[in-house]
Design a protein around this ligand. Sequence first.
Ligand code: API
Length: 260
Amino acid sequence: MAISFYKYQGTGNDFVMVDNRKHNFPAEDEALVKSLCDRRTGVGADGLILLQDHPDYDFEMVYYNADGRVGSMCGNGGRCAVRFARQLGVIEDVACFLAADGEHQASVERDLIQLKMNDVKEVEQVGEDYYLNTGSPHYVRFVEDVQALDVYEEGRAVRYNDRFKAVGTNVNFVQRLSENEIYVRTYERGVEDETLSCGTGVTACALVASLKGFNSPVKVKTLGGELEVSFERTEEGGFKHIYLIGPAKLVFTGSIPLQS
Ligand SMILES: N[C@H](CCC[C@H](N)C(=O)O)C(=O)O
């Protein structure tokens, strides 16, 4: 037996996408998901996404980290899932879909996908750093020179500290580039390495930038390309009407032989 897959990427965060509307993908097989994401012995990806039918939504996105475990929300993956749904003919230019953190609306405009993220109620300050959940948990630290940083080492120091070692966290390092632009590098939980970009991380960093005086929209550079985040602040210290805007592209398609 074989399963068709599609490889997508959004600002360099890459995903194996599978049309699982017929429920023929053995998603409970953690080792299979992990091996497909392996960059030497598999397709190679930061995560795997199943697109499934849902009675109340255009589709459901089920996200797995590269380690094979079912994950939380993925912002770059969400944009890729919208592009994939459009290619499959599941949607046209707008979508309302379900992900791990609930409902998301999205629209497609040429190369760009605008993805609505869930409201953020609070941002915790941790010393000079910040911790918030934008669908996935994100630790945010502003630094002077993000290019010079060893993101792997510094990221792991936070990821495996006493607070986070059991549940994990993504760790973002941010440099201010100008009054409306930041540069973000992210150590991703579940990949356990730096990725080229992380959508929920970029969103988290833009919201923290707002606390530091930035206005919406915030432009964000990553190793894998550029994104934009727009938002409104709430009177209670949170954020609403949060949109992550950026590209999502099909890279190639293929077929996976499955041992029966
Ligand atoms: N790459 C994703 C984040 C995946 C979240 C995952 N790494 C975790 O929190 O376990 C993004 O674009 O938002």
